[in-house]
Design a binder for this molecule. Sequence first.
Ligand SMILES: [Zn+2]
Length: 41
Amino acid sequence: MSQYKGENKECPYCSGKGYFQLLLGGSETCSCCGGSGKEKQ
Ligand SMILES: [Zn+2]
């Protein structure tokens, strides 16, 4: 199962949104990309 295409530079943790949606409401900035939504090089 290696169907991952490496062309996408979106942050894999937040799917390019830059934040996580919390179940209880609100959102939290993604610490992986710092809120930019892009994967760090
Ligand atoms: Zn992120």
